[in-house]
Every structure is written in structure tokens, then in C-alpha cells.
Unconditional design. Structure first.
Lengths: 721, 226
């Protein structure tokens, strides 16, 4: 893929001449959808970026949040979808590597990884299973070797991802505020390329990712080497400590073309570089190949004459290859030479500012069609239905996945994977709670509310650990933006996310847009992914073992919102209906009240009610505590619903609380006082999960049986399926 | 009293070990880069976990041939307490300081989980504050953690009381469920599980006291009065 005729004309007009072949490739890489955000940029302004904790710097590739006492937390999210769909092991591994370097590039140590994975129907599709297994192995091998814990994530299977994969990786960094890279450069400073050698892998990767996946373009996929990445991390952090880094950028999509032009533009300087000086994997590479190669594990550092020898010494200590490829100049031009011969000389602002597009948007026709559905009959055997739900790969425990990830290294992981959100301890005595959430099924039915729902769910998850949300990142994944119906879903999702972020005053500190997620089978369902970071000042809510006679409380309303639910789709094969809608006022109120109850020490554990609804959430509490529970569904606040709808509705803003009976009066009075919808719905005891409607038992499942299905079904599917 | 934590390219539990030794157990601890001159006044050595040299060729084998190992061997002969954890254990085995080998887990995957190990030798510098058969809740995280030795070696391990820890459950197919061993003299100990991830109550979901006794044993050995 290269420039469109219009872009070609725009470029010629801007520079007043015909571009050279190398210039054309440099610009094509940077003007790809992947690097330039040309379809989305105008709309991304909607997101609120400011907040009292937000620190922004020129050219920062990660969001930076002040967590007090001189410390910052950094965060970034990216996807590696096209490469992972072709070569899942390498694609997923290099996805981890790329986002880690964004965290490193602001001068913070990466301390955690989260991943969101999406594949086709793994129960029926062996190719989806192959993609899944190998993507997990790729993430595990890369993250484990780096010694950065993979502490959480989420996984979804849906037919819309057939022959495709969404691999999203979020990374968290931590460091001292004073050590953040200032990102400035002066004339005659040196431009140093540090890390792995530049090879013929990942050639044209950003353009490859900016088109429909049609062929298996293997040369566009990068090759992972976590060992080099580990050495690069340590070398860069040592160079940071020794003040050798004036400015820094990681090499990602578009390779050197993008890194050089973007850093020059961000710092308002020019850069001249010589491709002959680049350390290469293959001798015969052409200048264009060198400029657009997306070989991994490379960082670009700007340092001054005085510090260059120290930087070199540090690289030599870690045996990290480097080359001094150029110098900073004042004229704001990006000049590329082969020794003395100039092969490209363009204003960096031209390269980094692709002509933006106003894509047309129109409401998809399918939305009308799927609104009306025939509601399914309530199954006779709801016990069997519940067991089936717990076996559903979208709901079953993901222990097979996170058991392969080192989630303990770094000794910060206080709340481990498998709970609502993961919690890390920070060096200032505070705790960071993190969660990412997505839900393509609900976003397909209602792109706006689905996106808000993912956001609210991520908030609920961190709130359940006792954390107050302080920032969010979004990753917006859609099909071809040139299709007005797809572009409409993008705009709707973005508007929803922006509206909710403003309402809750949670700043967006980073994100990414990924279009062209489609194969010959068509586009994926809209899949925005939201990551939320929460801060805990004192102590996280560490889930306490449920004791006999503990009580179960539900906060929030259960509504007729089963569109896009696991119950409709997995059990009844119905795509459509009304999907959950977030009532912003109750979302905010419920968050506040849950945090207040937790902070007052009144709650033994809190659990978010989401995928699979109430029945699954209660089962998870019972399974992880090896304790039965009797739940009266007739008491549940909300609309009048059929029993199966009460059990499996995925209405938002709902929380389950496990409490000691001695605290019940206090909790009741607080909930009443705040005018929150709630009910005391159950009691823990025995060894069965029992749901009652008045006097009638509607489901009765043994905890050990439930556990066996929930815990083992994913592994047995992957290893024997 | 001073402990050296040796850092190889790719070590990644070095900072965790340093934190636990120095911040939790208040031992003077120094991170020693593998090519730096070995500090003189050292009283104990720890080889931390990680992926030295990216586990290339075989876990631990390249680090085992680095120059710093000959220094460590000299110290081992002098009876200095030396602990290898996870990749550190693999290095000690590859260096010939401990017998046997560490193979791929029977699951064929990396595994990260909490388990329990049982103390089988409480005479070593790292176990002398523990009781025999005491159970230690501890984190494991490895891909090549299955201890293997031939029958003869296993017999001599038993005979010489060199089995230090065994797993309390079937974990990875290790011979005799071995989780950690020592040399004949008992001063060099290698273990796959991570005591440094298990000795603080905030990150140990079960009970951090038993794992902290591994470090208190070292303090006891070094004669540090707490």
C-alpha cells in the first residue's frame, strides 16, 4: 500500500517538488492509518485529557499519572492484531515488546502487563484454538523472560473473529517523577539507535496493519527477542540514572521513518541521519528497507557530546549494540543520507501531519434488524443451564492462561489474576488497581452503550478492590473506516466513552485506534477496549475467605437487558435484543457507596456482576471459597423479569457484597441514606449453589461440580479439544 | 555481614531478592554485575532467578560458564553459604556445584502458581530455623523446573541428606518430588521455588512466616542478632 493520488498531490504541493522514492516510502509509512490516525484524529479531541494527576510532556508515548510522594505511574495500550492473525506467537510477543518500550521511553520501569485477547469460536474452530494457544505462549515467553509480570486481562471468543485475532497489550510503568525524560534536544546533540539490529522483518508493517487482512504477509511480521529487550531496558534505565538521555522514543510502527520524524517534530528540531551507520542484520539492505523496517527491541536516544561516551559505555556493559546514526540540527528538516549522498530531505512537520480525513458515517442498517427478537422460553432445567454457562469459554476460569504467565515477578502483585482487578503495591505505600475490559457482543448491538459498559465494568472492577479510578486508556478496534456504517460505530463508541469519562472525571491518558480489522469474512464487531487505573491510599480490599452465615447483598438494579449477553448468545444463539445501558448517575453513586463501605471496613469481599450475570457472579464467589449459598431472586431490585432473565441479565452498575451479619444494620442504613437500590438476597452455607424464587428452588448446583466445570473446561478444550 | 546477589544478563529476580534481603531482613546486600570484580568482604552469595542469557541453549548453561562462576566455586569450597533460586538453581546445576539436571515441566508449559514445599533437611545455612517436615507456602514460576537425576545420584542425595525441599503435591514431575537440594557439605543450596516472593505477608496469599524463616536461617548462620 502506498499514498493515494490525493495524498501524493498534497505532499507535492507541501514540498514544492516531486518526492524521491525514499521520501515517498517514509511518508507512506507515517501517513498509514496505523501511524497517522488520519481517519480518527479529528474525533479523538472529544476525549477529556486533563486531570489533576495527569503529567504531559512533549512526545510522550505513554500516559503519566502522578501518584504522590514524588512518584508517577505510566500506562500505555496497543494492539498487534494483523501480525497475530498471521503468526500468533511472534505477533503477540512483539505486541508485548512494543508497548513495554513505550513505557520505557518516558523513563519509567515497566512493572506490569495486561492483555486482552480475542479469537473465533474455540469450541468448534481448530484454527481459532491454534491462534489462541500460540498467542498465549508468545505473551508468556516474552513477558516471563523480561521479568515483567502479566497480572491480568480478559479474553473473549466470538465468531466475528474467525481467522483473525485481537491481541491487545497494556503495560504499566512506575518511577520517580524527577527521572521522567524531559524530551528536549539542542543543535549538535547525537542521535543514537540502541538495541537489536535492523533487519528485513516487519517491512511495511504499519501499512500492512492499515488494510484488510487478505494475505499472510509474513515479512510484515516482526521477530521477537525478549533477551535483547531485557538488556535494552536495563541499559536505558542505567543511562537514565546517569542523565545520559535528553530525549527518547521507541521504534514501533513505521520504524525509523516514524521515530525520527515524530521526535524531530515534537521537539521542534531537525535531524540528519546516515543510514550507512545503522547496525544491520543483513548487509545488502536498501536505504528504504532500513528506514521502514519494524525490527523490534530498538530505542532512539538523543544525548549530548559530554554524555555520549558514558552512554556508549553503558551499552557496552550490557552488550547492547548501538550506532550513532545522526545529529540534531536547527532547521526542522529530516534529512536522510547514505554517507554523503542525501536521499531524503523533508520538513518533519510535513511527514508527521498526514492530511486528515472527514469520513462519512451512517447508522448501520443491521441495528434496526437485531432490535426485535423473539425472547427465548425459560429453560426447564436452569441448573443445567447454569452449568453450561460456567463451561462457556467466555466465562470459565482463565487459569490455563494466566498460570503460564509469571504474575509474581517484581514482588508487587498483591491481588493476583483471577479476581476482579489486579492490585500492585507501589513504593510509596499506596496501591495501584488495574483492569481492562471489552465486550464485542454488546458493542455490536449498541456501539455507544456497549463502549460505556466496558468502561463502567473496568471501573467496577477496580472499585471492588477499594480503588478510586484515576485514569483510563482506550483502544478502539473496528473494521474498515471507509465504510460509513463502520465509521458510525467508531464515532458512537468514542462519543460514549468521552461522555462517561467527563461525567466521572476520569481523564483519558492514552489510547490507540485500530481500523481495518477485517478478513474476507467481513469486519469484526466493534471492539473498544477500556483500561482503568485506580489508586488505593491505604489498604486494598483483600478478599476474605467467606465464612458460614456470611450474607450476600446486591447493589444496583437488574433489568431486561439481555441483548449481547452470554446467556442469549451462548445458550440460545440469539444475537440481538436490548443490551445493557449505563445509567450514569447510578454508576457514579454506586461506585461511591461501594468505596465508602469498603473504606469503613464493612465488606468482606466485593465482586462485580457482569458476564453471565448474577448467577455466574454468585457461582464464582462460591467456587473460589468452596462454600454454598442460598439466593432469593424474588428480592432482587429492578424490573419485573422471568427467573432466567434475573439470573443471567448483564445489567451494569451492579455489585455483590459479602458481609458479616454483624455489619448488616450499618450497611442497610448507609445504603438507604444514599438512596441506592440494594437488597439482602442470600446467605452462605452448605455446599450447594441454590437459587430460589419465593419458596420454589429454580436451580441447585453442587459447588464441587460447578468448580470442576468452571476451572477445567478451558484447559481441557485447549489441550484435548 | 554482607550478601552478594550476582546479576547475569537476563537475571530478573535480582532486584526482588535485593529488596527482601536488604529492606525486609536488613542485611547489607550488594548487586554484583557478572563481569565486575567480585567484592572481597562477602559472607554469602545468592544467584537469583530469571532468564540468564535468555535461556538460550539451555536454562543456566551459558551463565554457568561465565568467569564469575570460578570465583563462586572457590567460595563454595571454602564453605560460604550460597543459594541459587530458580534460574540460580539451574546455573548451580549446570556449573556442577549441585548434581542432577532441570528439565522441562511435564505440563510442557511455564507454570506460575502457589504451592507448598516440605523441609527435608534443616541443617543447611538456609533452613536451620525451620523444623523438619515443616510446610512452606511458596510461589513457583518456571518452565524448566523438573528436577531430574539418575537412580544412583538420587540414592546418594538421600544417603547424604542432600534433599532440602520436596513438593507437598505433584507439581512438575520432579524425581522424588524434589524442589531443592544441597551439596554434600550442605553450604550450597539450590531451589526452584521463590522464597523472595513468599516472605512478605502482603504478597503471600497463605502464610509468609515459614518462607521468611529461610532468610532468618541465613541471618542465624551469619550470626546476625535480630
Amino acid at each position: 500500500m502506498s499514498l493515494t493520488p490525493q495524498e501524493h498531490a498534497f505532499l507535492e504541493k507541501k514540498i514544492g517538488r516531486k518526492p524521491s522514492p525514499v521520501e515517498l516510502q517514509i511518508v507512506a509509512a507515517e501517513w498509514s492509518e496505523h501511524c497517522s490516525y488520519k481517519s480518527s484524529k479529528k474525533h479523538l479531541k472529544l476525549l477529556p485529557r486533563e486531570g489533576s494527576r495527569v503529567i504531559s510532556g512533549p512526545g510522550y508515548d505513554s500516559g503519566v499519572l502522578d501518584v504522590g510522594d514524588g512518584y508517577v505511574v505510566t500506562v500505555h495500550i496497543e494492539s498487534h492484531n494483523h501480525p497475530s492473525a498471521v503468526e500468533p506467537y511472534g505477533g503477540a510477543a512483539t505486541g508485548v515488546g512494543g508497548v513495554i518500550r513505550d513505557i520505557l521511553s518516558v523513563g519509567t520501569r515497566p512493572i506490569a502487563i495486561l492483555d486482552g485477547l480475542r479469537f473465533g469460536d474455540i469450541e468448534k474452530d481448530p484454527h481459532a484454538r491454534w491462534l489462541f494457544k500460540n498467542a498465549v505462549r508468545g505473551i508468556a515467553d516474552y513477558g516471563n523472560c523480561l521479568g515483567i509480570p502479566t497480572i491480568g486481562g480478559e479474553i473473549e471468543f466470538d465468531k466475528c473473529f474467525t481467522n483473525y485475532a485481537l491481541v491487545d497489550v497494556a503495560a504499566i510503568g512506575f518511577g520517580k517523577k524527577e527521572k521522567l525524560i524531559k524530551n528536549r534536544a539542542d543543535k549538535d546533540d547525537f542521535v543514537v539507535l540502541i538495541g537489536g539490529s535492523t533487519g528485513r522483518d516487519g517491512i511495511g508493517g504499519s501499512q500492512f496493519a492499515s488494510d484488510k487482512l487478505e494475505s499472510e504477509n509474513r515479512s510484515a511480521v516482526q521477530i521477537p527477542d525478549p533477551f535483547i529487550e531485557k538488556l535494552v531496558i536495563e541499559a536505558i534505565l542505567e543511562a537514565r540514572d546517569q542523565h545520559c538521555i535528553k530525549a527518547m522514543k521507541d521504534l514501533g510502527g513505521g520504524g525509523l521513518s516514524c521515530a525520527i520524524s515524530e521526535i524531530a517534530d515534537a521537539l521542534s528540531v531537525g535531524i540528519e541521519m546516515d543510514v550507512a551507520r545503522i547496525h544491520k542484520r543483513e548487509a545488502s539492505m536498501s536505504p528504504t528497507e532500513l528506514m521502514v523496517s519494524e525490527s523490534q527491541e530498538r530505542m532512539l536516544v538523543i544525548t549530548d557530546r559530554q554524555k555520549l561516551p558514558i552512554l556508549k559505555k553503558i551499552c557496552e556493559k550490557f552488550r547492547v549494540p548501538y550506532s550513532v546514526i545522526g545529529k540534531v540540527k536547527e532547521d526542522r528538516m529530516m534529512q536522510v543520507r547514505v554517507e554523503t549522498n542525501t536521499i531524503a530531505n523533508l520538513p518533519s512537520s510535513v511527514i508527521t501531519n498526514a492530511p486528515l480525513l472527514d469520513r462519512p458515517a451512517s447508522k448501520p442498517k443491521y441495528l434496526k434488524k437485531i432490535e426485535e427478537i423473539k425472547k427465548p422460553n425459560t429453560p426447564n432445567d436452569l441448573t443445567g443451564t447454569l452449568l453450561q454457562m460456567l463451561t462457556n469459554p467466555n466465562i470459565a476460569s482463565k487459569i490455563w492462561v494466566y498460570g503460564q504467565y509469571d504474575h509474581e515477578v517484581g514482588i508487587r502483585t498483591v491481588v493476583k489474576p483471577g479476581y476482579d482487578a489486579s492490585v500492585l503495591r507501589l513504593d510509596n505505600g499506596k496501591f495501584l488497581s488495574v483492569k481492562i475490559d471489552g465486550n464485542s457482543k454488546q458493542c455490536y448491538i449498541n456501539p455507544r452503550q456497549g463502549a460505556i459498559g466496558c468502561f463502567e465494568e473496568a471501573c467496577r472492577n477496580v472499585v471492588c478492590t477499594g480503588a478510586t479510578p484515576i485514569g483510563m486508556v482506550d483502544h478502539l478496534q473496528f473494521g474498515n473506516p471507509e465504510d460509513p456504517e463502520i465509521f458510525w460505530t467508531f464515532k458512537e463508541s468514542l462519543e460514549g466513552i468521552s461522555e462517561f469519562a467527563k461525567y466521572l472525571e476520569i481523564p483519558c491518558v492514552g489510547g490507540k485506534v485500530s481500523f481495518y480489522n477485517e478478513t474476507d469474512n467481513g469486519p469484526i464487531k466493534p471492539t473498544p477496549l477500556i483500561g482503568v487505573l485506580g489508586l488505593i491510599d491505604k489498604k486494598p480490599l483483600l478478599t476474605q475467605k467467606i465464612a458460614n452465615n456470611n450474607m450476600l447483598v446486591i447493589v444496583g438494579e437488574t433489568k431486561d437487558e439481555l441483548g449481547g449477553s452470554e446467556y442469549y448468545e451462548y445458550i440460545h444463539d440469539i444475537i440481538g435484543g436490548t443490551s445493557p445501558i449505563v445509567d450514569m448517575k447510578s454508576a457514579k453513586l454506586n461506585q461511591q457507596i461501594i468505596l465508602e463501605l469498603i473504606n469503613q471496613g464493612l465488606v468482606n469481599s466485593a465482586h462485580d456482576c457482569s458476564k453471565g450475570g448474577l448467577a455466574v457472579a454468585v457461582s464464582e464467589l462460591c467456587i473460589t471459597n468452596d462454600m454454598g449459598c442460598v439466593v432469593s431472586i424474588d428480592k432482587i431490585p429492578g424490573q419485573k423479569l422471568k427467573p432466567d432473565e434475573i439470573l443471567f441479565s448483564e445489567s451494569h452498575s451492579r455489585y455483590l457484597l459479602v458481609i458479616d451479619p454483624k455489619n448488616s444494620d450499618k450497611i442497610k442504613s448507609l445504603l438507604k441514606q444514599k438512596n441506592v437500590s440494594y437488597a439482602f438476597i442470600g446467605k452462605f452455607s452448605g455446599s450447594n449453589i441454590i437459587f430460589r424464587n419465593k419458596t420454589k428452588t429454580i436451580a441447585n448446583l453442587r459447588v464441587d461440580k460447578a468448580r470442576d466445570k468452571w476451572l477445567n473446561s478451558l484447559e481441557s478444550l485447549v489441550t484435548h479439544g | 555481614m554482607k550478601v552478594a546477589v550476582v546479576v547475569f544478563p537476563g537475571s530478573n529476580c535480582d532486584r526482588d531478592m535485593h529488596h527482601v534481603l536488604s529492606d525486609v531482613f536488613k542485611l547489607k546486600t550488594e548487586l554484583v554485575w557478572h563481569t565486575d570484580e567480585f567484592p572481597k568482604n562477602i559472607d554469602a552469595i545468592v544467584l537469583p532467578g530469571g532468564f540468564s542469557y535468555g535461556d538460550r541453549l539451555r536454562a543456566g548453561v551459558i551463565a554457568a560458564h561465565s568467569p564469575v562462576i570460578s570465583e563462586i566455586k572457590k567460595m563454595a569450597e571454602k564453605g560460604m553459604p550460597i543459594l541459587g533460586v530458580c534460574n540460580g538453581f539451574q546455573i548451580l546445576v549446570e556449573a556442577g556445584l549441585l548434581p542432577g539436571a532441570l528439565l522441562k515441566n511435564t505440563s510442557l508449559t511455564f507454570m506460575c502458581k502457589w504451592t507448598e514445599i516440605i523441609v527435608k533437611n534443616n541443617k543447611t545455612p538456609f533452613t536451620n530455623k525451620l523444623k523438619l517436615n515443616q510446610r512452606i507456602p511458596i510461589a513457583i514460576a518456571n518452565g524448566e523446573g523438573r528436577y531430574y537425576a539418575d537412580k544412583e545420584t538420587l540414592r546418594s542425595l538421600k544417603k547424604n541428606n542432600q534433599i532440602v525441599f520436596t513438593y507437598g503435591e505433584e507439581v512438575n514431575g520432579a524425581s522424588l518430588d524434589i524442589a531443592g537440594i544441597c551439596n554434600k557439605q550442605g553450604n550450597v543450596v539450590g531451589m526452584m521455588p521463590h522464597p523472595e516472593r513468599s516472605a512478605e505477608s502482603i504478597i503471600n496469599p497463605k502464610n509468609s512466616k515459614p518462607a521468611s524463616l529461610i532468610f532468618e536461617s541465613l541471618l542465624n548462620t551469619l550470626g546476625v542478632v535480630q
